[in-house]
Design a protein around this ligand. Structure first.
Ligand code: MSP
Length: 522
C-alpha cells in the first residue's frame, strides 16, 4: 500500500445481478468507472476501484431454478461472464466482490447483529403487498391500478412477521445531509428528485425475508428462520470490499472517499437506504452518488422480449474495444438517457476516430519516416502558429481535470478533440510536404513535424484513461521509453516532453474505417 500522504480516491460500480448475462447498460457504468479510476491514477491519486456481483435474492434464485441448477452453481457460472467481459473491456478494477463470499457475509451479519443489539432493528408483523420481480413491499395506496408502481406487474398480498430497520428515524438527518452537501447526489435533477421524495414521511425498511418464501440469502444472525433482504446485503459490499471489519488501514484510507456510480433506477436505494444504514452503523455517508441515464436501442427500450439486448462482447468483436469505450462515453452526456444504434457507432468511429485521430497519427508518423528516416527531428525557432498549437494543448489539461471531477466525460473528450482538430489544422496549414521540397526549409520542416509529434504524445497521455490500448499503441509507436501508466498528467502533460533523436515506428492504422454495408447484424 502506498503512503497515506497520497490523496485517496474510491470508485465503485453497482454490483450486478447474476440472473442474466451482461449487457451494454452494465458495460456502460463499468467503463465510466474505469475511465475515472485510470484518470485519477494518472493524476497521482491512490485509487481503489471496486466492482462485483449481487448474487442473492429472488431474481437469482428464480433464474437458477429455471435452468435447473442450484443457485450457487448458477452464480459460479454467471460470474465468469462478467469477469471475462471486464477483462475484454480492459477494466482495471482493484478487486471484484461477490456477495456469496465469506468476507462479505461476515460483514453483513456483523452489521445486522450490531444494529439489532442496539435496537436499530426490530420485529413486527407486516401486512401489505409484495412485488416479486422488484423484491419490494408496497402499501395499498402505493399501488397503481392494483399493480406494482415501479414495474406495473401484479403484486401478491402477504401477512408475515419480519425485521425492520428504523430508517424513518434518520429522515431529518438525511435531508439535512443532502442539503448541506451540494455534490452528494448528482446530477442536481436527481438530488431534487430525492429531496422531493423525502417530503413525505419515510417508512422503516423491511430487511428480512422468511426462509419459507426465499432461502437464497444471508442468514439473519439473530433469527435463523430468515434471510437478509437482498438490497441490505448488496449495499454493504461497498464497505466489505475495502476491508471494513478486517483491514482497518485500507478501510480508513478509502472510506468515506467513495464515488458510487449507479443507474437512475437505483437512486433511492443508494441515497436513502444506504446513507441511513451507514449512519445507524456509525459510519459517514459516501462522498458522491452519481446516477447516469439509461440506454435505449434504436429508439426502443432494451428488453429480452424485444430481442434487442445489445451484447457487449459482440460489439467489441465488431468494432474493437476502444471504439466501444469511446462511443459509450462520448455519444451521450453522463447523466442523460441515450440511444444506441449501429449507424451512430459507425459514424463516430469513421469520423472522430479514423478520420480525425487515426489520420493525424498515421500521416504525421509517415512524414517523419519519409523526410527524416523515422528520427524525431530537433525543433528550432518557434513561429506563432507553433505557439498557438502549444497554447491550445496546454489549455486542455486543467479543463479536463475539472470536467472529470464533474463526471462530464463527453465534454472532456470534446476538449481533447480540440487538440486533435488543432493539430490537424496545424499540419494542413504548415504543409510539411511543401517544406520538404526545398533544402533551405529543412529546419522548419523538422520544427513542424516535432510539434505535430508532440501533440500526439500529449494526446496519447490524455486519452490513456479513455482508450487504454490505443494510447499504449500510440505511446509505443512514438518510441516513448517510460511506462505510460507511471506518467503523471501534471508533470508529463507539459509541452515539449518528446525527446528528439529517437526513431518512431512505421505507423499501423489505429482505427480502420468501417464500411457500414459490411456490418452484419445477424
Ligand atoms: N444488483 C443491483 C445493484 C446493487 S448495487 C449495491 C442491480 N443490478 S442490475 O444488474 O439489475 O443493474 C445494474 C445497473 O445496470 C444499474 O445501475 C442499472 O441502472 C444499469 N442498467 C440496466 N439497464 C440499463 C440500460 N438500459 N442502460 C443503462 N444502464 C442500465 O440493480
Amino acid at each position: 500500500m502506498r503512503p497515506k500522504s497520497e490523496r485517496a480516491f474510491y470508485i465503485t460500480t453497482p454490483i450486478y445481478y447474476v440472473n442474466d448475462v451482461p449487457h451494454i447498460g452494465h458495460a456502460y457504468t463499468t467503463v465510466a468507472a474505469d475511465i475515472l479510476a485510470r484518470f485519477k491514477r494518472l493524476e497521482g491519486y491512490q485509487v481503489f476501484f471496486l466492482t462485483g456481483t449481487d448474487e442473492h435474492g429472488q431474481k437469482v434464485e428464480k433464474a437458477a431454478q429455471e435452468r435447473g441448477v442450484d443457485p450457487k452453481s448458477h452464480c459460479d457460472e454467471m460470474v465468469k461472464r462478467f469477469q471475462s467481459l471486464w477483462k475484454k473491456l480492459n477494466i482495471s478494477n482493484n478487486d471484484f466482490i461477490r456477495t456469496t463470499e465469506a468476507r462479505h457475509k461476515k460483514v453483513v451479519q456483523k452489521i445486522l447483529q450490531d444494529l439489532y443489539d442496539r435496537g436499530e432493528i426490530y420485529s413486527d408483523n407486516y401486512e401489505g403487498w409484495y412485488c416479486i420481480p422488484c423484491e419490494r413491499f408496497w402499501t395499498e395506496k402505493d399501488l397503481v391500478e392494483g399493480n406494482c408502481p415501479d414495474c406495473l406487474r401484479s403484486v401478491n398480498e402477504i401477512s408475515e412477521k419480519n425485521y425492520f430497520f428504523r430508517m424513518s428515524k434518520y429522515q431529518s438527518w438525511l435531508i439535512e445531509n443532502i442539503e448541506k452537501n451540494e455534490r452528494f447526489i448528482l446530477p442536481l435533477s436527481r438530488r431534487n428528485e430525492i429531496l422531493g421524495f423525502l417530503r413525505s414521511p419515510l417508512e422503516d425498511l423491511c430487511i428480512s425475508r422468511p426462509k419459507k418464501r426465499l432461502s437464497w440469502g444471508i442468514e439473519i444472525p439473530f433469527d435463523l428462520e430468515y434471510v437478509t433482504y437482498v438490497w441490505f446485503d448488496a449495499l454493504i459490499n461497498y464497505v466489505s470490499g475495502i476491508g471494513y471489519g478486517s483491514d482497518g488501514d485500507r478501510f480508513r484510507t478509502f472510506w468515506p472517499e467513495a464515488v458510487h456510480l449507479i443507474g437512475k433506477d437505483i437512486l433511492t436505494t443508494h441515497t436513502v437506504y444506504w446513507p441511513t444504514m451507514l449512519r445507524a452503523t456509525g459510519l459517514t455517508p459516501p462522498k458522491m452518488v452519481f446516477a447516469h441515464g439509461w440506454w435505449t436501442v434504436e429508439g426502443k427500450k432494451m428488453s429480452k422480449s424485444l430481442q434487442n439486448v445489445v451484447e457487449p462482447n459482440r460489439l467489441i468483436d465488431l468494432y474493437g474495444v476502444d471504439a466501444v469505450r469511446y462511443f459509450l462515453i462520448r455519444e451521450v452526456p453522463f447523466g442523460i438517457d441515450g440511444d444506441f444504434s449501429h449507424a451512430a457507432m459507425v459514424h463516430r468511429i469513421n469520423g472522430d476516430l479514423a478520420n480525425d485521430l487515426g489520420n493525424l497519427f498515421s500521416r504525421t508518423l509517415s512524414m517523419v519516416h519519409k523526410y527524416f528516416d523515422g528520427l524525431i527531428p530537433t525543433p528550432s525557432q518557434s513561429q506563432e502558429i507553433d505557439r498557438d498549437l502549444r497554447e491550445v494543448s496546454e489549455k486542455v489539461l486543467p479543463q479536463l481535470s475539472k470536467q472529470m471531477d464533474d463526471l462530464a466525460f463527453s465534454r472532456a473528450l470534446s476538449s481533447i478533440w480540440e487538440i486533435v482538430n488543432a493539430a490537424n489544422k496545424y499540419v494542413d496549414e504548415t504543409a510539411p510536404w511543401s517544406l520538404a521540397k526545398e533544402e533551405k526549409d529543412r529546419p522548419r520542416l523538422g520544427t513542424v513535424l516535432y510539434h505535430a509529434l508532440e501533440s500526439l504524445r500529449l494526446l496519447a497521455l490524455l486519452l490513456a484513461a479513455f482508450m487504454p490500448s490505443t494510447s499504449e499503441k500510440m505511446w509505443s509507436q512514438l518510441q516513448m521509453q517510460e511506462n505510460l501508466w507511471e506518467q503523471n498528467l501534471k508533470l508529463n502533460g507539459k509541452w515539449e516532453g518528446l525527446k528528439p533523436g529517437r526513431r518512431v515506428v512505421k505507423p499501423a492504422p489505429l482505427f480502420p474505417r468501417i464500411d457500414p454495408a459490411k456490418i452484419s447484424l445477424e
